[in-house]
Design a protein around this ligand. Sequence first.
Ligand code: MG
Length: 303
Amino acid sequence: MLSYKVQIHPYSIPFRHPLRTAHGTWSRRTGAIVTLTPPTGQPLQGEIAPLPSFGSETLAQALAWVESLQGTITTEQICAIPDPLPCCQFAFETALLPQLETSMPMANGCPEFTIAALLPAGPTALTHWQTPYQRGHRTFKWKIGCFPNELDLLGLLLAQLPRDTKLRLDANASLTLEQTLTWLDRLDRSPQIEYLEQPLNDLETLLAIAPQFSTPLALDESIASLQQLKEAYHQGWRGVFVIKPAIVGSPKKLIEFCAKFRPDTVFSSVFETPIGRYHGINLAHHCGSDRPLGYGTADWLLE
Ligand code: MG
């Protein structure tokens, strides 16, 4: 049984610009980098990037658990990290996960066209898609539920976006049922829409309305944990599953679930450092995810 020396380095990194979402405004990313040193060979790194508003442990809870290890961990212990610590499961398991060659075609982990670029919410999006487009991005993500008159803004944005692009929308569960139906009526007339993500919270309602529209729906907040993801699949969800690998839970169990059921997945960032970003993208390859990755966020944190 292999035993690793464990070191942990907490970080607190400001966003270049505060990030506005339907959950509120976010100005700093706090987390921790874990370094595992085997008796022989190179140290391995993983990242704890909590998102307690999505049900993960807090950074303080993660640090307390790492502290309890007293500086060493075995492979057996890594396989048995408790489910209430999904960010610790991600950090320790992915540190040991084999690197898939296809995940490293470029220095930053992926060619740009396989990554969706995150646009700023509201009218700022109209002047911010051009630079990522020139860099090669062809899928954009735009948060809705943050500004008034967003349906009008959508019309302006779609009129500008070149034909070879796709737009995914994310409401962060901020719409009423009536607003959701209004959006879907509008989106069904726009073939450039890739999907609408989590318009509202209630999974039963989403299961009921999904078949009425041609625009695919995606779950995000509803499937923040592996348990919720499995339940949604077994309740019949066959739309898109937006997986935040840094907080969803055991990577090994996620790989097993994806191999068995082949869900339609998008792997998405929780604003990690390049270490967590690399492991999230590597895990997406292990899970066979083929939609553009939701990791167009590298420019949002100050280095
Ligand atoms: Mg989302």
